[in-house]
Design a protein around this ligand. Structure first.
Ligand SMILES: N[C@@H](CCC(=O)N[C@@H](CS)C(=O)NCC(=O)O)C(=O)O
Length: 220
């Protein structure tokens, strides 16, 4: 028997992995009950709700799924169009998603997601972060050129799992006002304009100010 399931997420304003998980389940047509545990809540709160002690965590139809990439695969089991149709494109989408899941550490540490932010990083972009940014821009540009002809997203017309994996990167690039070439800038704008991404931003905007955390807000 199928149930709505539960998705455990953290503060929308900051939790980039929750954003990915939420986008993925919604793209798959799921409508799980959302259990919000604000980041910075009492120690152990996430551990009580998620086997890995991290968000997102999806419990659905008797399946327990943590790790965003596994959530992507689970959602694609239910809704195969989350990955592109051809083997070549599907393979590439998985490679990009795996690289996003495992990599870009410098970028993630130096430019934490803060959906309320709209100013450049004080002091400029460190070299290792710039290397991550350059790599992302090359990946986006090459993927759009090879697979994206029939629409605005990485693999064309459909906003899929790979786009969901990169959506928080688009949010960072906008929030820290990173300058991009034309292809990456236009892709970034399309991702941010997607209705589900917009819905996530709106819900983030409605979060209580008391959930804000200095460690994100004080990034210079
Ligand atoms: N590899 C994990 C990363 C998840 C992760 O780092 N989540 C952060 C929030 S964005 C978290 O749960 N942090 C625990 C905490 O802040 O207490 C995934 O892909 O889902």
């Amino acid at each position: 028997m199928s149930d709505r399931g539960t998705l455990v997420i953290g503060t929308r304003r900051y939790s980039s992995w929750s954003m990915r998980g939420w986008l993925l389940v919604r793209l798959a047509g799921l409508d799980p009950v959302e259990r919000m545990i604000p980041l910075g809540a009492a120690p152990g709160s996430i551990g009580d709700a998620s086997p890995s002690g991290q968000v997102p965590y999806l419990s659905h139809d008797g399946h327990q799924v943590w790790e965003s990439l596994a959530i992507a695969e689970y959602c694609a089991e239910l809704s195969p169009s989350l990955w592109p149709e051809t083997l070549a494109a599907r393979t590439h989408a998985r490679v990009l998603s795996a690289e996003m899941h495992a990599g870009f550490r410098a970028l993630r540490l130096a430019l934490p997601m803060n959906l309320g932010r709209d100013r450049p990083l004080a002091g400029g972009i460190p070299i290792d972060v710039q290397a991550d940014l350059d790599r992302i821009e090359r990946l986006w540009t090459a993927t759009r050129a090879r697979f994206g002809a029939d629409g605005p997203y990485l693999f064309g017309a459909g906003f899929g799992a790979a786009d969901a994996m990169f959506a928080p990167v688009a949010a960072r690039l906008a929030g820290y006002r990173i300058r991009l070439g034309a292809v990456a800038a236009s892709y970034c704008a399309e991702v941010l304009a997607h209705p589900l991404v917009q819905a996530w931003y709106e819900a983030a905007e409605a979060e209580p100010v008391s959930w804000r955390l200095d460690r994100y807000e004080s990034v210079a």
